[in-house]
Design a binder for this molecule. Structure first.
Ligand SMILES: [Zn+2]
Length: 162
């Protein structure tokens, strides 16, 4: 709502930007803005568990947020079962938790290679099931907390992260 400065309205000030985080498949939880992947694209997917595969019809995306996308080898090791999710979390956290994820610094790379800021209403997408995210065994769930810590209003899987 626009703040007109009338009595009864909240004082003027920077309003929080909203970022949506969801599974590719759960389009009902996507925001009104652009859609960015936070999963590494792999050429070879035979070892991937069923839940980690993209929807059968290729989902539409505007680009990828490299800062929140796991390293290729780390993602492969996790999905193939070579390392447990705890190790995945530890290694992923080491990199991402020290990266500034504020509005204005969080960048997305579009399919044409150009970089733009991630903005109010945009959505970050990953493949893990909602059960995994609810259980804190998914990198979008970890990223949600870091993003909240960087002043975003975070909507994850349809509800606001408090
Ligand atoms: Zn995930």
């Amino acid at each position: 709502m626009l703040n007109t400065g009338k009595p009864g309205l909240p004082p003027p000030g920077p309003s929080k930007k909203t970022i949506y985080i969801a599974r590719f498949h759960d389009t009902q939880y996507h925001g009104p803005g652009r859609k960015f992947s936070i999963v590494t694209e792999l050429d070879e997917v035979s070892f991937m568990p069923e839940w980690a595969k993209l929807p059968t019809t290729d989902p539409y995306i505007d680009g990828i947020v490299d800062a929140l996308t796991p390293d290729v080898q780390l993602w492969k090791n996790y999905l193939s079962g070579a390392i447990p999710w705890q190790s995945f979390r530890e290694k992923y956290s080491q990199v991402v938790s020290s990266t500034p994820l504020y509005h204005g610094t969080l960048m997305a790379r579009l399919t044409d290679g150009s970089e733009i800021i991630v903005d109010d209403g945009d959505t970050l997408l990953c493949v893990c099931t909602k059960a995994k995210a609810d259980d804190m065994r998914c990198h979008r769930a970890w990223a949600a907390y870091w993003l909240r810590g960087c002043n975003w209003r975070v909507m994850i899987d349809g509800r606001q992260l408090r």
